[in-house]
Design a protein around this ligand. Structure first.
Ligand SMILES: [Zn+2]
Length: 406
């Protein structure tokens, strides 16, 4: 893609109405644009990042047998009445049509997916199964000032699993947990799993996947030796310094951001909708369900909170909009380099604008594409390669560049 043709420009100043680093940098760099508080448009480069994260999540959900579907966002009131959430769940957007009929905008999809799946399950032999979607969600947040971290409209992967009993749910939960840790690792993050309260979804325990960031809205205690981690809110007094799990490690306190969650839904939705299957002993039973979320737009915000410096964003390679930011300076042309890299299937963002070196370098730093490749009269046929996180440059020829990135 040519930078000269991109209809979005970067900005030298931060938007006045944004408080968080992710919102400031993503807006300045032209990845997103705020339509109103908690609602953002994704511009060409921002959409590329969102799609990269989405694809990582999709691959890992497919790898554990998740079946992708796409469910409606506009829901009839009746299904939310069935689960007792209509006029009760404060974050549910409820709206009325011109004929007076009432609807909800999806904020989670148990009300849709439970009948959809169980209609097709007759016996325990049809279980377990897991269906997921990657779609927009809506929450009527009172306060929405954290950029992509807490949106009124946000992009999310939500998976729902159906099991014949609690034991099988717990078996599957462990599989999902490993898949989630893989997702966050592939996105360049270190996540910790905490136990938290279930909130509106569930009377049972839930799990949260937390990434350590200064901008986080939760306080957690984690062990420096084993994987023990707990939200400070529910930590027991005796857990304040020594790890209760391994007994050896010390507990450290940190702020963290939630990037994923798991809810043990028990049999609630089976009961609410009267959805049963024939169990092993021939009796009719309700399924045990699990719900598993990953906020994809939120993850994009968390990555920016975690990886930035005073000049801009530092995208991990796995989610960067492009692999290489190719720049030509006055007196040289990178056209043949751009053509060849593109032909080889390497993702290149080419700054072919008639602009000063200073302007081009500042934009490259702000945009945060992991590798910068410069063609200038000084370097001749060589290309000057630099990583966004380093001051060191190296000279490389086109062949070497292709080899490195394909
Ligand atoms: Zn420990």
């Amino acid at each position: 893609m040519r930078q000269s043709q991109l209809f979005v420009r970067t900005s030298k100043t931060s938007p006045k109405d944004e408080e968080t680093v992710n919102a400031k940098l993503l807006t300045r760099a032209g990845y997103v644009e705020k339509l109103m508080a908690g609602v953002y448009n994704y511009l060409p480069l921002g959409l590329r990042v969102l799609r990269k994260i989405e694809q990582i999540v999709r691959e890992e959900m497919n790898a554990i047998g998740g079946q992708e579907i796409l469910m409606a966002m506009l829901h009839p009131k009746e299904i939310w009445e069935k689960t007792g959430q209509w006029k009760k769940l404060d974050v549910l957007f409820e709206l009325e049509s011109r004929t007076g009929k009432e609807y909800a905008l999806g904020q989670s999809e148990e009300e849709v997916v439970s009948p959809l799946v169980m209609k097709r399950v007759s016996t325990y032999q049809d279980l377990p199964l897991a269906a997921y979607q990657i779609h927009w969600k809506f929450r009527d947040e009172l306060r929405s000032k954290s950029g992509l971290l807490r949106g009124r409209e946000f992009f999310m992967k939500d998976m729902y699993s159906f099991h014949e009993d609690q034991k099988d749910f717990e078996r599957f939960y462990e599989i999902v947990k490993q898949a989630y840790l893989k997702v966050f690792q592939r996105a360049g993050l270190v996540a910790k799993v905490t136990e938290a309260s279930g909130g509106a979804f569930s009377e049972k325990i839930s799990y949260e996947f937390m990434v350590l960031t200064d901008a986080g809205e939760d306080d957690i205690l984690y062990c420096d030796t084993c994987e023990f981690c707990v939200n400070v809110e529910i930590a027991k007094q005796k857990e304040k310094d020594k790890c209760p799990k391994c007994g050896k490690g010390k507990l450290a306190r940190a702020t963290a951001s939630e990037v994923g969650n798991v809810f043990d839904l028990g049999q609630k939705y089976g009961k609410d909708f009267d959805l049963k299957f024939v169990g092993r002993d021939g009796s009719r039973e309700y399924p045990v369900m699990g719900c598993y979320g990953i906020g994809i737009s939120r993850l994009m915000g968390v990555i920016v909170e975690r990886f930035n410096d005073e000049k801009g964003i530092l995208w991990p390679e796995s989610v960067a909009p492009f692999q290489i930011h190719l720049i030509d300076l006055k007196g040289a042309s990178a056209e043949p380099v751009y053509d060849e890299l593109t032909k080889q299937g390497i993702e290149v963002f080419y700054d072919d604008r008639d602009a000063s070196a200073g302007e081009k370098f500042a934009d490259a730093d702000l945009l945060g594409i992991p590798w910068r490749a410069v063609v200038s009269p000084k370097t001749g046929t060589k290309i000057e390669l630099k990583n966004r996180t380093s001051e060191k440059t190296e000279e490389i020829d086109l062949e070497g560049l292709i080899k490195r990135f394909s």
